[in-house]
Design a protein around this ligand. Structure first.
Ligand code: XIL
Length: 366
């Protein structure tokens, strides 16, 4: 950051009484090379210290869940925009771009969009009409206020030999529900950037399917601007060079790449990654804080991953899935009620060694 703008930046922080952490903030360390973001929800904004930290550290935000279909519309089709509006008003007040998460997903949604009450798929034309009017209502409301939308979330199958997940949208409409969602989104707000967002897509298997999906949208002349690699990574998987190769393969299709939901889980998972019972020995090993050797391990892992990511000019945003450890979804996933420590700030909002590692990796940008 240039000296003058740095001075202005610090002066504005002092004037606003924000908590200065000392040293460069994340957004300063990244400068103008790429955006640094985080997921926030309305309840985060009720905590003035946390809200100040968000404005101090990050360039942009993603509403964590306030824009999900089940929060936008009820079972009778009535829309409520209040929570989303509050998050967006905060972003506007701090001149922060907003990344909209998301328009189509098989979780946190409403059954009536694609199924009848008995779970039977709706006729294709009815499901398409619902998809179109849902997208028009939400994107219409936020037109001009949301920079980019995750149009479809987590549609690619994790199973070998299966391309797309078997979801209500797929059963009612067919595989082209993805292309249709992008078409409807482009028509609803032609200026909004449109993204496909998913987990593990930087890894072999899912990566090939992701490239296939991008190519199919491109050959149908459907607008798609970027792919969001969620980045819910583990302390020891996947290796940083695999992440780099995945980014490279997606970038080679001409897409921009966003790291949309980064966190690094230091807690143990069983081989399925999702079924470990809370009662199982060792499932919640750090209820009183991460021991120093784990802090160091987490910091090293964050540093290695971010160092790899920033080597790729196609990556124009790194967003963290939350702010402090107490507000991470990983306290309840894949096991409920654990004490997790996957983010850059601890429960007292103090920056962790992982914060320093990310900050240093960002500062190495040319
Ligand atoms: C999670 C949120 O963090 C939770 O608050 C919500 O209840 C469920 O969703 N992949 C995604 C995100 O795309 O939407 C998920 O976020 C985490 C996994």
């Amino acid at each position: 950051m240039k000296r003058l703008s740095r001075l202005v930046f610090f002066a504005s922080l002092v004037a606003s009484g924000l908590p200065l952490l000392g040293g460069e903030t994340l957004r300063e360390a990244a400068g103008s090379h790429l955006l640094i973001g985080c997921a926030v929800a309305t309840r985060d904004l009720d905590d003035p210290k946390l809200a100040a930290l968000v404005a101090e550290q990050f360039h942009c935000i993603t509403p964590e869940y306030d824009l999900m279909p089940a929060h936008m519309v009820d079972d009778a089709g009535k829309f409520t925009f209040d929570a989303g509006d509050r998050v967006i008003a905060f972003a506007e007040a701090h001149h922060m771009p907003v990344f909209g998460h998301m328009l189509v997903w098989h979780f946190v949604t409403r059954q009536w969009l694609f199924e009848d009450k008995t779970g039977k798929p709706l006729p294709r034309e009815k499901a398409l009409a619902n998809l179109k009017s849902y997208i028009e209502s939400v994107m219409g409301h936020y037109k001009g206020k949301i920079t980019a939308w995750d149009v479809v979330n987590e549609a690619i199958s994790d199973k070998d030999g299966e391309y797309l997940k078997d979801t209500p949208a797929l059963r009612a409409i067919g595989a082209d529900y993805i292309a249709k969602a992008f078409e409807f989104a482009h028509a609803a707000d032609p200026k909004a950037e449109l993204y496909y967002n998913d987990y593990n897509i930087e890894q072999p298997g899912k990566l090939e399917k992701t490239v296939r999906l991008i190519r199919s949208l491109q050959s149908a002349s459907v607008r798609i601007d970027a792919v969001g690699i969620q980045g819910h990574w583990l302390i020891d998987w996947p290796p940083a060079d695999m992440i780099g190769k995945g980014i490279g393969a997606i970038a080679a299709t001409g897409m921009k790449v966003m790291i949309t939901e980064m966190d690094v889980d230091p807690l143990p998972r069983d081989s399925s990654g999702a079924n470990m019972a809370q009662a199982e020995k060792g499932a919640n090993p750090y209820p009183h804080g991460l021991p120093p050797e784990m802090q160091t391990k987490l910091a090293k892992r964050y540093g290695e991953i971010v160092t790899e990511i920033v080597r790729h000019p196609a990556v124009t945003m790194i967003g963290f899935w939350g702010t402090h450890d107490g507000r991470s979804w990983l306290n309840d996933y894949p096991v409920k009620n654990r004490t997790n420590h996957p983010l850059l700030f601890d429960r007292e909002l103090k920056p962790k060694p992982a914060y320093d590692a990310v900050n240093t990796a960002l500062k190495r940008l040319p």
